[in-house]
Design a protein around this ligand. Structure first.
Ligand SMILES: [Zn+2]
Length: 421
């Protein structure tokens, strides 16, 4: 960057680089500040100011190739071997100066440009803890300290004199590299280990900030009825509560919705299961060759009951869908344009695809997919026998894409509620 550009104003290209790096919309440049609006839709807008000197440092870092991380709020600046994570601390464990200064730190000589030394630094009116540890060979330091310009707190403008406060961030200083993703991966691992030990050994529960990204929502897929009627559907209270929890998308992720709709299905599993068992027995009793004097006839009933008794949750779910959801409803749903979502190239891994024309009934395919998805959200087990059971976290990339599955399970829940009213 040339000196002249760094004085009063930034050129448009520089401003747009900052805007897109932070997902902000530039409004004006005034009083040594770049003023931005957030791009959030729905949530209240707020003005954000970045001081010019901070903006200069941010531009330098962006020019070096610094990039925001995918999963966490933070930056990787690989050409200088640096990663920075936004963190927050559970207030119960918040540090007082007295408590902070009791800690000792495993530091060693290193080559990084650390601005201050443990245990704390006074900056402005505030005291910031400086926690730093160094690896045995001196190549890597992990540090909690005042944020760098890249992690400038995006605070609203209303602060007096537009003085932005600093925040504590976690930094990993290592060696410059070409491999950005390797550095990010290693930094995440070090940060997680360090924070785990701070929590477990030192009772200081700092947490990494997850990068909040709005869940993706394609255009409304199903038709909406515009006629409002006096209600005919009786809904058990527990089911009504689950349905409203599932419909509350303010939680920022579809996993809660998927699970709550699933719990509605679960609520009706025993009833559907009993209904099916009764129907099968009735069919046997009514069959022409049924003879109550013959052991073989009685045994047929017995084994039918035993089979239904041993049904797994996955099988029970298929029964529920077969019993309560018309095949036609599912055909309609899958006839909507879902793109590649339910196919092999869909964004959700570890769940069976849906092939409407494969010959297998839709009820069976849907039951398998919904059950596998539910397991991925609920189970954290890492078992090689079940490749599909890698856990699907609410904060993950995949969770943002769950909308069509959520709509599918919602449709199933509605049909099941209506069928059992
Ligand atoms: Zn260092």
């Amino acid at each position: 960057m040339q000196e002249s550009e760094a004085t009063d104003y930034f050129n448009e290209e520089q401003i747009s680089r900052i805007s897109s790096a932070f997902d902000l919309k530039h409004v004006e440049t005034a009083d040594d500040f770049l003023i931005f609006d957030t791009l959030d839709t729905g949530i209240r807008r707020r003005d954000i100011a970045i001081p010019q000197d901070v903006a200069i440092e941010i531009l330098k870092a962006l020019e070096r190739g610094a990039e925001r991380m995918e999963e966490y709020e933070g930056w990787v600046d690989h050409t200088i071997g640096f990663a920075e994570f936004a963190i927050h601390i559970n207030t119960i464990g918040a540090l007082t100066k007295g408590r902070n200064d009791k800690f000792t730190f495993e530091t060693r000589p290193c080559r990084h440009p650390h601005e201050a030394s443990p245990p704390h630094e006074v900056f402005g009116d505030h005291l910031y803890p400086i926690w730093r540890v160094t690896s045995a060979d001196g190549s890597t330091c992990i540090e909690i300290s005042r944020n760098s310009p890249l992690s400038t707190p995006l605070l609203p403008l209303l602060l007096e004199n537009r003085q932005s406060r600093a925040q504590s961030t976690l930094k990993v200083f290592s060696t410059p590299t070409h491999d950005k993703s390797e550095l990010e991966h290693r930094s995440v691992q070090l940060a997680n280990s360090f924070l785990f030990e701070l929590n477990a050994r030192n009772k200081t529960p700092y947490l990494l900030r997850i990068r909040q990204q709005p869940p993706l929502r394609p255009r409304r897929m199903q038709e909406i009825s515009y006629s409002v009627r006096f209600p005919k559907t009786q809904v058990p209270e527990r089911v009504a509560a689950l349905f409203s929890i599932a419909s509350d998308l303010r939680r920022g992720s579809y996993t809660t919705s998927v699970l709550s709709f699933y719990q509605i299905l679960e609520y009706y599993l025993p009833a559907a299961h009993r209904r099916e068992a009764v129907r099968k027995v009735r069919k046997l009793v009514r069959s022409l060759d049924f003879d109550e004097e013959k052991d073989s006839s009685i045994l047929k009933i017995l084994s039918s009951v035993e089979r239904s008794h041993g049904a797994s949750e996955g099988e029970q779910l298929r029964t529920l869908i077969e019993e309560c959801v018309p095949e036609e409803k599912m055909r309609e749903f899958f006839a909507l344009d879902h793109g590649v979502y339910f196919g092999k190239r869909g964004p959700i891994s570890g769940v069976p695809t849906i092939q409407p024309n494969s010959g297998e009934s839709l009820a069976s395919q849907v039951a398998k997919r919904v059950y596998a998805l539910r397991n991925r959200i609920v189970h954290a087990k890492d078992d090689a026998r079940y490749t599909e059971t890698s856990v699907l976290l609410p904060t993950s990339h995949e969770a943002r894409h769950l909308y069509p599955d959520m709509e599918l399970i919602r449709m199933l829940a509605i049909e099941v509620i209506v069928d059992n009213r």
